[in-house]
Design a protein around this ligand. Structure first.
Ligand SMILES: [Zn+2]
Length: 423
């Protein structure tokens, strides 16, 4: 009998007191001690879905939102996947019936504080059989970014778990902005699952994260390129071992950080939820920058996470220099190349006069001193007009401690205004 597992995957708004979350990992299923990633088998594409008429009544443009979301995922260059709408039907609902559906959330899931969820069914080998998306009426009444919402749920339909990269589509929180677009972490995760050519292109980077008590379980490991972009992430297993797959050719530094907020272990599904979270200082793998070539495997990228840490950045905000309108969120700040902007970072363990931060991208120039207020630090930056679109890491330092906010910035290519859209 096929295994039946329901993943209640939560998308909700981030508030200042947001609970912590996890990276574009694959949905996994634990069978007799073996971790099995779930995926649609060869020959499943296009994935066909029917839209219940009640969704159209609540969201008149939902068919085009879904169509665009499917095309965005399918446009990932080295991945082979596609979706096809079966149109609008009457009486479609979630539940295993051999048909993939998009419907409104039913009463069973009311008041669970999610605004959408996807339920996946798969067999003992991790082969996906069916996936149903449900949208809660509060997604509409709350004014959330519905394009990003359906794109996120389609990631779950494809078998992705949540990502701890703030700028990724698979980050488990959503705001009311309009920005949408797959992040590098989303693209690499889906390419690894549905590679056009097998094995998938790119390199494999392997190593271990360890601390005072041995291997660290469920550490987020990030391959950051020389522009400060978090290109690929992975989680360490219970022995602390990690494998970053599908890493494009380039120059990287590898760091590991704890899942202690804003993304927490509770934001992940399946076996990850049993991981005990260990706090440790964010550290880079030894050996400095690594030049990576496609098709190769690089090993022994070990990260020493010994020692304790109090510093924990959780929130970021961006505002016009001189403005008093300061809002920090556990959501990425969207910036425009060519603009001048004040960035603020907040969290635990921030110390006035000591805690600073750095955006490790050559297009960012700090033009003010750091200022401290309450539990955040801010500074004003000029961003070169030539800075390419993408996401960036922000590194926070305080004395000997360091900690990352991965994907905290999203760069848009053009300057549309001096202001910044907040998600
Ligand atoms: Zn989700």
């Amino acid at each position: 009998m096929p295994a039946l597992r329901n993943f209640f995957l939560v998308v909700t708004i981030a508030i200042i007191a947001a609970v912590p979350a996890f990276g574009a990992a694959r949905l996994t299923y634990f069978n007799n001690g073996t971790l099995i990633p779930v995926a649609w088998p060869d020959g499943s594409f296009p994935i066909r879905y029917a839209i219940d008429r009640r969704v159209v009544q609540a969201i008149p443009q939902v068919a085009s939102l879904l169509d665009r979301a499917g095309k965005d995922w399918a446009a990932t260059p080295d991945a082979s996947l596609s979706f096809q709408s079966l149109g609008i039907v009457d009486g479609a609902s979630a539940g295993k019936d051999g048909r993939n559906t998009v419907s409104m959330a039913d009463d069973l899931f009311a008041d669970q504080k999610f605004i959408a969820l996807t339920t996946n069914w798969y067999d003992d080998s991790g082969r996906l059989l069916e996936a149903d998306m449900q949208i809660d009426p509060t997604a509409v009444s709350g004014g959330y970014n519905l394009q990003q919402l359906v794109e996120h749920e389609m990631g779950h339909i494809l078998g992705l778990d949540h990502s701890a990269v703030l700028s990724s589509v698979m980050y488990p929180y959503i705001g009311t902005g309009t920005t949408v677009g797959l992040d590098s972490d989303d693209r690499v995760a889906i390419t690894t699952a549905y590679a056009k050519t097998k094995p998938a292109s790119g390199a494999t980077l392997e190593g271990r994260v360890y601390g005072d008590d041995g291997g660290i379980y469920a550490a987020q490991v990030v391959a950051e390129n020389d522009e400060g972009e978090p290109v690929v992430t992975a989680l360490s297993d219970k022995n602390g071992n990690f494998s970053l797959q599908g890493v494009p050719a380039g120059t990287y530094r590898i760091y590991a950080e704890p899942l202690d907020g804003p993304f927490n272990i509770q934001n992940l599904s399946g076996s990850w939820q049993s991981a005990k979270v260990t706090s440790f200082p964010t550290q880079f793998a030894g050996g400095g920058a690594l030049r990576v070539e496609n098709g190769r495997i690089y090993g022994n990228l070990n990260v020493d996470g010994s020692g304790s840490v109090l510093l924990n950045p959780k929130w970021i905000g961006a505002w016009a220099a001189g403005s008093d309108n300061v809002t920090l969120l556990a959501m990425p700040a969207t910036l425009h190349a060519g603009s001048t902007i004040t960035l603020g970072i907040g969290g635990d363990g921030f110390t006035s006069g000591m805690t600073t931060f750095d955006v490790p991208n050559p297009g960012f120039h700090r033009i003010s001193d750091f200022k401290w207020a309450g539990n955040y630090v801010s500074a004003t930056f000029q961003i070169d007009a030539s800075t390419p679109a993408g996401s960036l890491v922000v590194m926070v330092k305080s004395g000997n401690e360091s900690a990352a906010l991965t994907g905290a910035l999203r760069i848009e290519p053009t300057t549309r205004s001096r202001g910044v859209k907040k998600l």
